[in-house]
Design a protein around this ligand. Structure first.
Ligand code: ARG
Length: 443
């Protein structure tokens, strides 16, 4: 029973939150006259001693005492004696654990916010440096149209920006205090829930005691936000893995974020990127696991809910680690401008520009222009050359109206510069977005 019942092995990570919650509760009990000021003061000092014992590693955690709440209270009793027994007046471990866990998750949301902001800054710096560097843009991982390096970096800024807003939304929504909901029904003691809520930095007390002790939405939202962000991290990591191959050479990762092979001396492996790519597995696993724990639970508290913590702890640790590693990699990596440019013109990446030119200049319907361009691409493919290498005569053989002016749109620089629609890849557009994000970060 002890082995399956105890959570102290992991919930000791919430010791600081548990003690903060108890201090707020004890101060409120004194302020409302439920306990004496002397008892409250003894409890306060005792709790500080317990905290310092935990901080300096001398605290003896006991499995027989089940969880962090009972371990702390038992030690408090050793230290201060009788007043320790008054601390649990008007509360239960059910509102206590919900409060501790919320405080813990709230700290992690703040850490995620900081991690995301740092990563976004690193991406902005990359985007700024290469706002007008051309590279191939892909669909289906086939060369599609030229884009700019800055544009590609800013795509990730948008993605991590949405993650940031999800984190902030989740924090605002979860910031209600469960403390004082007691076991499930509230309490007959004249407690002041506003006082404990504000002492712990909550915006207000949770309005329904049944909901307050049985709600784990905040953990689920944390894991959902983490999962979506991990998907973004994983996609970017995959690009870095591909881009750093000898076949692509789009980026060179720093030695600090690569490893060598124990047998092949020429190898430099993107291990950090690969591990970030994999982290989504355990983070999404945690999300799925807690969804399954919570589904079908009747109100209010059930011991099933003790299974919430390990999933969230593991996901949080790995999310923060992945954010920090990605930030480090992005800061350190070098984009290889020449390789990017050389690849930008490959794969007939300006074929759309050719078709657009015919529409714009010759007033040919787009579908017909598309057909003519297809014929020219086939011709170039046949001769193993690129579109700009075809002669004007060749092109006029396919469509008599084509003039010399066509070559002005076939260069990749022209191609990207022309994509001035809002949110497009033109360097001027990219710089506008960099400026917008720089302002957002200042605020
Ligand atoms: N260790 C428990 C948990 O993590 C604390 C709450 C226990 N409450 C109870 N009524 N047994 O959920």
């Amino acid at each position: 029973m002890e082995a399956i019942n105890a959570s102290i092995g992991y919930d000791q990570r919430m010791a600081a939150q548990d003690i903060a919650g108890s201090r707020a509760h004890a101060a409120m009990l004194a302020a409302t006259g439920v306990i004496t000021d002397n008892d409250a003061e003894a409890i306060r000092e005792g709790l500080l001693t317990v905290l310092s014992e935990i901080d300096n590693g001398t605290f003896q955690f006991s499995t027989a005492l089940e969880d962090i709440h009972m371990n702390v209270e038992a030690r408090l009793k050793d230290i201060i004696g009788e007043p320790a027994g008054r601390l649990h007046t008007g509360r239960s471990r059910n509102d206590q654990v919900a409060t501790d866990f919320k405080l813990w998750v709230r700290d992690q949301l703040d850490a995620a916010e900081a991690g995301l902001l740092a990563l976004i800054k690193a991406l902005l710096a990359q985007a700024e440096a290469g706002a007008d560097w051309v590279m191939p843009g892909f669909t289906h991982l086939q060369v599609a149209q030229p884009v700019t390096w800055g544009h590609h970096m800013m795509a990730y800024v948008e993605m991590f920006g949405r993650d940031l807003s999800r984190v902030r939304d989740a924090r605002a929504r979860m910031n209600e205090s469960p403390l004082g909901a007691a076991a499930l029904a509230g309490t007959s003691f004249p407690i002041d829930r506003d006082m404990t809520a504000s002492a712990l930095g909550f915006d207000r007390p949770a309005a329904n005691s049944l909901d307050a002790v049985s709600d784990r939405d905040f953990a689920l939202e944390f894991l959902s936000a983490a999962s979506i962000c991990a998907v973004h991290l994983s996609r970017f990591a995959e690009e870095l893995v591909i881009w750093s191959t000898a076949q692509f050479r789009f980026v060179t990762l720093s030695d600090r974020f690569s490893t060598g092979s124990s047998i092949m001396p020429q190898k430099k492996n993107p291990d950090a990127a690969e591990l970030i790519r994999a982290k989504v597995g355990r983070i999404f696993g945690a999300n799925t696991a807690l969804m399954m724990v919570m589904k079908g639970l009747p109100l209010a508290y059930s011991k099933d809910m003790q299974e919430d913590k390990e999933q969230v702890f593991d996901a949080a640790d790995n999310w923060m680690l992945a954010l920090a590693a990605m930030e480090g990699m992005v800061k350190d990596m070098t984009a290889n401008r020449d390789s990017l440019a050389a690849a930008a013109g490959s794969g007939f990446s300006t074929a759309t520009d050719l078709a657009d030119w015919m529409v714009r200049v010759l007033k040919v319907p787009f579908r017909d222009a598309h057909h003519v361009t297809g014929t020219l691409v086939a011709m170039a493919e046949d001769r193993s050359c690129d579109l700009p290498d075809l002669s004007l005569e060749d092109m006029q053989g396919v469509h008599a109206g084509i003039t010399d002016d066509i070559f002005s749109v076939l260069g990749v620089e022209n191609s990207v510069n022309s994509r001035m629609s809002y949110g497009g890849t033109a360097p001027a557009q990219v710089r506008q977005q960099i400026a917008r994000w720089t302002e957002i970060l200042k605020a």
